[in-house]
Design a protein around this ligand. Sequence first.
Ligand SMILES: [Zn+2]
Ligand SMILES: [Zn+2]
Length: 56
Amino acid sequence: MATCPGSLILHIDDTVMGCTEDDERDGCRGRDLRHEGDPVRCWMWTLMSCNYCGVQ
Ligand SMILES: [Zn+2]
Ligand SMILES: [Zn+2]
């Protein structure tokens, strides 16, 4: 079964914001696939506040 080598980037309610592979050349293999990395929170990935989560 295929997996994505990246980590899902999740909002605080576990809504998927993206994948750490999105910025790579190959991109994310698919949001529905199992991701090999531990999920990261959106604000930890962007190092900015998130309007969706209301985190400053
Ligand atoms: Zn967020
Ligand atoms: Zn991915």
